[in-house]
Design a protein around this ligand. Structure first.
Ligand code: SAM
Ligand code: SF4
Ligand code: SF4
Length: 337
């Protein structure tokens, strides 16, 4: 079944946050000054259970979702995550399951994840320089340990993509070293423009390095050619290193918005549905399961109606919306990337 929103966008991709806590404090996501020792994270009984997640994935699959991304906070902090992945992979209609992680616990879980049937992971890595990486992750966590984890994941047979959030004056000097590292290792690198998600990361336009600028920097060292999108709604614009089968991607939420083909929904760790990364409000699904004991058919109809009414296109409207009195946006660590 295909459901469409008011802009005729289908629902194909579901991102599920399994945990709002994280073992890092990246400055652009969970600045340590805000997410300190007294920050109120969700109590464990509020988190969706694996049974609830499985039920929801079945429902979303019946509405046309084919791709699931497990995210957080840090998803590998969620106990027995490989079991959840195995359960999701076995759901009919789900064609692709991916995991986004900061890589800290990846070495430990790599084999189990592979055995659970996972094929690919995205690891966030913003610099190879230990000082820069330590500053950006807010915990002085050494980059060498993440690099080792990535090697272990690759050795376990997982396909690896590296996500790099680029900030001007912070890690823009790391573009070429990371590109070289990924090229040599055979990992796909994706440059992500620093986004104005949440309310706490001191975002401003001057800190954004536009993808076009990154591409120009990259081309000084590596000749590149554009690749056609694999499907409508692909988030990254992809390029191939000429005369190779290796590629690199750009996620340009700020300078080249892709709302017109956005087919993604997100579920927070406490079971709220968000139809845009920049949303200010979500719709409680877990309450419908736990308190109202809604039957699957009723919940399916409810989600379908919600998607039919969807109008979100924040990135298209960023400039106008930023002039209006602002409501609190949800935080990236709560809803996942
Ligand atoms: N903890 C995991 C990780 O870091 O990979 C998963 C959750 S994290 C919120 C998902 C992705 O969002 C990461 O790749 C991270 O770099 C990205 N991200 C977080 N804040 C961002 C921001 N302000 N702009 C762009 N990307 C951001
Ligand atoms: Fe944690 Fe990921 Fe956010 Fe960094 S980007 S603070 S690792 S959730
Ligand atoms: Fe989708 Fe919202 Fe991002 Fe636009 S701003 S691409 S609607 S998540």
């Amino acid at each position: 079944m295909t459901i469409k929103d008011t802009l005729k966008r289908p629902l194909r991709d579901l991102r599920i946050s399994v945990m709002d806590q994280c073992n890092l404090r990246c400055t652009y996501c969970m600045p340590k000054e805000v997410f300190g020792a007294d920050y109120a994270f969700l109590p464990s009984e509020k988190l969706l259970t694996f049974d609830e997640i499985e039920d929801l994935v079945r429902i979303f699959s019946s509405l046309g979702v084919k791709k699931i991304r497990i995210t957080g906070g840090e998803p590998l902090l969620r106990k027995e995550l490989p079991q959840l992945i195995e359960r999701i992979i076995s759901i009919q209609g789900i064609e692709d399951v991916a995991l986004t992680t900061n890589g800290i616990l990846l070495g430990h879980y790599a084999k189990q994840l592979k055995e659970a049937g996972l094929k690919r992971i995205n690891v966030s890595l913003d610099s190879l320089n230990s000082t820069t990486y330590g500053q950006m992750n807010g915990r002085k966590f050494p980059v060498e340990r993440v690099l080792k984890s990535i090697e272990q994941a690759a050795a376990a047979g997982l396909h690896i993509k590296i996500n790099m959030v680029v900030q001007r004056g912070v890690n823009d000097g790391d573009i070429l070293p990371l590109a070289k590292y990924c090229f040599e290792k055979g990992y796909t690198l994706r440059f992500i423009e620093f986004m104005d998600v949440g309310n706490t990361n001191s975002w401003n336009l001057e800190k954004v390095v536009p993808s076009r600028e990154i591409l120009n920097t990259l081309q000084e060292m590596f000749p590149l050619e554009p690749i056609n999108p694999k499907y409508i709604g692909e988030v990254a614009k992809r390029y191939r290193y000429k005369n190779t089968d290796k590629e690199v991607g750009f996620i340009s939420s700020i300078t080249e918005s892709f709302c017109s083909t956005c087919n993604r929904a997100r579920i927070s760790a406490d079971g709220k549905l968000y139809t845009c990364l920049f949303a200010t409000e979500g719709t409680d699904l877990v309450g419908k399961i736990r308190d109202e004991a809604l039957a699957n058919k009723e919940l399916t109809d409810f989600i379908s109606e919600l998607w039919n009414k969807r109008e979100d296109r924040y990135s298209d409207q960023r400039v106008e919306l930023s002039k209006q009195p602002s409501k609190q946006k949800i935080e990236m660590s709560y809803i996942g990337g």
